[in-house]
Design a binder for this molecule. Structure first.
Ligand SMILES: C[S@@+](CC[C@H](N)C(=O)[O-])C[C@H]1O[C@@H](n2cnc3c(N)ncnc32)[C@H](O)[C@@H]1O
Length: 556
């Protein structure tokens, strides 16, 4: 059992009633590499509830449902009260009785949106955010934190058991147990060091549950160009809910946001927001990041304006205003992104104020973070996550081991264990992140770390020439998980241990299956790994996002 979590938490979690959904045991056969939300849904249909067609509700029909549990991504798994037919419903919570309207019919289940709560769910709490229900952000605020943890732990267990084909774990105290209780996060609000907001020309006006949920209400005049800065309304790429205060970010970041809002409203013609439909306008995104001065520990802020055009001079009055008001702003940058897609990564960057990066402490090291580099968004909980990763590496501590850190970002995981190993080799796609990783190694006096830029989704025959055979592989891919070629490569590489950090347990479970059950199978490999440890860590309270660490040992 991991020493990085309290066993008492496990028992307290089990005071909540558990309803284990029974999930089908395999991935959809059509395309195991494409794991869409729909596929995730298909995977989670309770077996006994596949209704005959006569039980199938019609599109547009309003039905009374009872929510039984939460599925992947926080969708409520509900049953139609009279028939038991399974319906997945957004914002439905376990124990809630509700009225919902069917929006999609699928084979054996349906999808619905909530119209009205008839009786509240178990573990109901009052959501503290004024935007709750209208904002596409943290949707779990009205669920008690312990119940959020329980739902996340259960989802990881279900996915590993069914999609990964490992079966249900033995109880935590049993020597054969692979599943560890989730590690809670101490700060349940104000924990994010980075928030990304969107500009738009259409304001989403909160008018209550019915309107938002139905998506029917186009409650703005399409001809009027407005100034909107905030977060997208749920499921709406073109509607921005204006936000001047987000409970997930630092209070000072909120003050900066409010000032940028006010300035934008008053100067809409000089700084027009970008329209995602017409592709006209200038301001696309605003990112506010926070860190700490490495000497004083004081708050540092970075603001990044993503614009359609390369006209940094237009931003100068706003830059002067906020930099004069907030001494914590050590960096204001402008990333120019001319594409019509939703990306906020710039093709060109201008530093408009300060140094162009912020710093942060993590595991006794100092990290420089630039605007386009990935850095864990919950710094305090990243300490916990990285400590768990290090424990799972089971390092000998004699500086004899080689570690390969795949998807390394700014190098933070590898650098945090460099003092205990012979050499760390980090691999990362984003050139700015690789540059940060190299600078971070220098800044911390670390000489035994090498960072290589490359695309792990496009492995060539040369891959592996830059590093010796590793003893331990740490892999931390983004949501789509690892490419099949990378999994094949790892099976040939035969490192003693693989520590897989994931922010998407569905794709992680799929990859674990391939790493552990491919003997003589589709990859034609004889190598086999054994799953020894699954550790969910809550990095994102009030949301249904899940992080977990899964450890594999090479079978000899
Ligand atoms: C979840 S982050 C993990 C970063 C780092 N391990 C950490 O803890 O800060 C995933 C990283 O993978 C990188 N990445 C995404 N796609 C990639 C690819 N195809 N090849 C290499 N790196 C990639 C991203 O830029 C990002 O830095």
């Amino acid at each position: 059992a991991s020493s990085c979590l309290s066993r008492r938490w496990f028992y307290s979690l089990h005071l909540f009633p558990r309803r284990c959904s029974s999930l089908p045991s395999s991935l959809p056969s059509d395309s195991p590499r494409i794991f869409s939300a729909a596929a995730a849904l298909r995977l989670q249909i309770p077996r006994g509830s596949r209704g005959s067609r006569s039980f199938f509700p019609k599109k547009g029909q309003d039905l009374e449902l009872e929510c039984e549990s939460l599925a992947y991504k926080g969708l409520g798994v509900c049953k139609v009260v009279e028939t038991g037919f399974v319906v997945f419903c957004e914002r439905a919570l376990p124990g809630e009785r509700l009225v919902a309207r069917i929006v999609k019919k699928r084979k054996g289940f349906a999808e619905a949106y909530k119209l009205k709560t008839l009786s509240v769910h178990n573990n109901a709490v009052t959501a503290p955010c004024k935007y709750f229900g209208e904002c596409g952000g943290c949707k779990a605020q009205n669920l008690a934190y312990e119940a959020q943890l329980q739902a996340k732990e259960q989802q990881v267990h279900d996915l590993v058991a069914r999609v990964g084909k490992f079966g249900r774990s033995a109880p935590v105290d049993h020597p054969d147990s692979y599943m560890m209780p989730i590690v809670p996060c101490l700060s349940q609000y104000h924990y994010r060091n980075k928030m990304e907001f969107s500009y738009g020309t259409k304001k989403w006006r909160p008018v209550g549950e019915y309107m938002t949920a139905s998506k029917e209400a186009e409650n703005v005049d399409p001809k009027v160009m407005e100034f909107a800065l905030g977060l997208h309304a749920p499921g709406r790429f073109d509607k921005v809910l204006p936000i001047d205060h987000c409970l997930l970010q630092h209070d000072t970041s909120n003050q900066v946001l409010a000032m940028i809002q006010e300035f934008g409203e008053k100067n809409v013609h000089q700084l027009p927001p970008y329209d995602v439909r017409t592709h006209e306008g200038f301001l696309k995104h605003l990112t506010i990041r926070s860190g700490r001065d490495c000497n004083t520990g004081e708050l540092q802020l970075m603001v990044n304006f993503v614009t359609k055009d390369d006209k940094p001079e237009l931003l100068q009055p706003l830059v002067d205003r906020i930099s004069a008001s907030f001494p914590q702003l050590v960096s204001i940058v402008n990333n120019v992104n001319t594409s019509i897609g939703p990306s906020s990564v710039g093709e060109k960057e201008h530093v408009l104020h300060g140094v162009g990066f912020i710093t942060e402490h993590l595991r006794g090291l100092v990290f420089e973070i630039s605007a386009n580099s990935f850095f864990q968004t919950n710094t305090d909980q990243a300490e916990v996550l990285y400590r768990c990763v290090e424990e799972q590496c089971k390092l000998k501590g004699d500086s004899s081991e080689i570690v390969l850190d795949l998807f390394c970002g700014t190098g933070s995981i590898g650098l945090s264990i460099a003092s205990r190993v012979k050499h760390v080799y980090g691999y990362e796609l984003v050139p700015e992140a690789v540059a940060d990783a190299r600078r971070n190694a220098d800044r911390n006096g670390i000489l035994n770390a090498t960072f290589i830029q490359g695309d792990l989704n496009k492995l060539t025959g040369d891959f592996g020439k830059d590093f010796p055979k590793p003893d331990i592989v740490i892999t931390d891919p983004n949501r789509p998980g690892m490419h099949l070629k990378l999994i094949s490569y790892l099976l040939k590489l035969k490192a003693r241990r693989i520590v897989y950090v994931s922010c998407n347990p569905a794709t992680c479970a799929r990859d674990l299956d391939l790493l552990c059950h491919s003997q003589g199978g589709e990859l034609g490999m004889e190598t086999r790994y054994q799953l020894v440890h699954v550790q969910p860590v809550d990095m994102f309270p009030q949301t249904f996002h899940i992080e977990c660490i899964c450890t594999l040992e090479l079978c000899t």
